[in-house]
Design a protein around this ligand. Structure first.
Ligand SMILES: Cc1cc2nc3c(=O)[nH]c(=O)nc-3n(C[C@H](O)[C@H](O)[C@H](O)COP(=O)(O)OP(=O)(O)OC[C@H]3O[C@@H](n4cnc5c(N)ncnc54)[C@H](O)[C@@H]3O)c2cc1C
Length: 351
């Protein structure tokens, strides 16, 4: 006897987690298949929610839409899971040179950035022993997610609902029917693949042009760094607990293997010691592969031939920022036939 659900979701990174929650909260029946967080980019992410490209001080793609959607969404998900994984926290861009100061003022005078960046730069006010007398430029509408807590608590929740299959998906076990599929003993309207960088192993979607990149970050302990904001220069310093900070992240387009590398750890330590004389100890070092597409836009939609197979991927370096609203828009497409944003629709690769 087949178990019947609306959707099978493959992958429980941030994409699969948010999509599953959005479906469950609309009373759809869902089964999630995930092989564990070992290869999940989400599990190691800084998980910063940030609408601004801090180097150029420009808004990211559709920043206003995502900012409006995210806080109420994550607060609601926090309540649903009964924990506090969402933390509002400002960014402080560390600014030193006169050119940088001038550039900040120039940007602030842009009408569309006024909501996001503070007008005045001020000497940084905390007792961290910085290597220079930095000024601080505040970026607003920012936050971070305790992503391990979010993913683990959602996984426990799915297990309690008997909605989780803890294993690798087997593509050759799909049986295609007229307008549904059967996977092992489960019948569903569609399978939605949320496999992050492992999309490249998926025989149905491995033609999507990806530009994967590797990122690494370290977690440090220090009782000399003092900040209640996310500090940003060439690296970010994110306070996650008492005397505990995530420091990242690296970007690499070619890599030997997916493990954390000694050279990137040393690079992160070097950036940190150039910024501050504070003593610290590295207590963790992690790496993940960001699922970016060649054109840097998400990859969402239906397979060109098999309309029972769907994709929710390509979230690149900002999955925590974009997934909630993109998931809602995808559900409106699947259920109400509303058009997908052309910039995310995978049809752009098939035309
Ligand atoms: C170092 C680093 C820092 C980052 N910092 C940020 C940040 O500050 N803010 C931000 O928004 N984003 C950040 N990102 C990017 C963010 O991590 C990605 O956008 C996001 O994780 C993509 O999520 P995903 O769910 O698509 O993929 P993933 O998180 O990789 O999840 C895919 C899941 O699918 C499972 N899976 C895959 N194939 C199968 C299969 N065949 N069968 C069963 N299970 C399968 C995997 O095991 C995994 O659990 C960072 C990434 C890295 C590496």
């Amino acid at each position: 006897m087949n178990k019947q659900v609306d959707y099978i979701i493959v992958g429980q990174g941030i994409a699969g987690t948010i999509l599953a929650y959005q479906l469950l909260s609309r009373n759809f029946k869902v089964i999630l298949i995930d092989q564990g967080f070992e290869k999940a980019s989400s599990y190691v992410a800084g998980a910063l929610i940030n609408p601004i490209v801090l180097k150029r001080i420009t808004k990211t793609w559709r920043a206003d839409d995502f900012v409006k959607y995210n806080r109420p969404f994550y607060k609601q998900l926090s309540l649903y899971l009964g924990n506090t994984f969402y933390h509002d926290m400002p960014f402080e861009k560390l600014i030193y040179s006169d050119d940088e100061k001038y550039f900040w003022k120039l940007r602030y005078n842009q009408e569309d950035l006024k909501k996001y960046i503070a007008p005045e730069l001020s000497p940084i006010k905390n007792s961290t022993p910085f290597s220079k007398e930095f000024f601080s430029g505040i970026v607003k509408e920012t936050a971070w997610l305790d992503i391990k807590l979010l993913l683990e608590s959602f996984r426990t929740h799915l297990k309690n609902l008997s909605c989780l299959i803890d294993s690798e998906f087997e593509y050759d076990k799909i049986i295609f029917q007229e307008d549904s599929i059967i996977y092992k003993s489960i019948k569903a309207k569609k399978i939605i693949f949320c496999e992050g960088s492992q999309l490249t192993n998926n025989p149905f979607f491995n033609d999507i042009p990806m530009s994967l990149n590797k990122g690494e970050l370290i977690t440090i302990k220090s009782n000399e760094i003092q900040t209640k904001s996310i500090l940003k220069k060439s690296i970010f310093i994110l306070p996650i607990d008492k005397d505990t900070y995530k420091v990242g992240a690296t970007f690499e387009w070619k890599w030997e293997n997916e493990n954390p590398s000694e050279s990137k750890k040393l690079w992160l330590i070097k950036q940190l010691t150039e910024l501050t004389k504070a003593k610290f100890t590295v207590i963790n070092h992690e790496a993940g592969i960001r699922p970016s597409t060649k054109d840097r836009r998400p990859a969402i939609g239906l397979h060109k031939n098999y309309k029972t197979l769907a994709l929710f991927n390509g979230l690149g370096s900002r999955g925590c920022f974009t997934a909630p609203l993109l998931a809602e828009e995808f559900i409106r497409f699947l259920e109400n036939k509303e058009a997908l944003d052309k910039e995310v629709d995978i049809n752009r690769f098939y035309d």
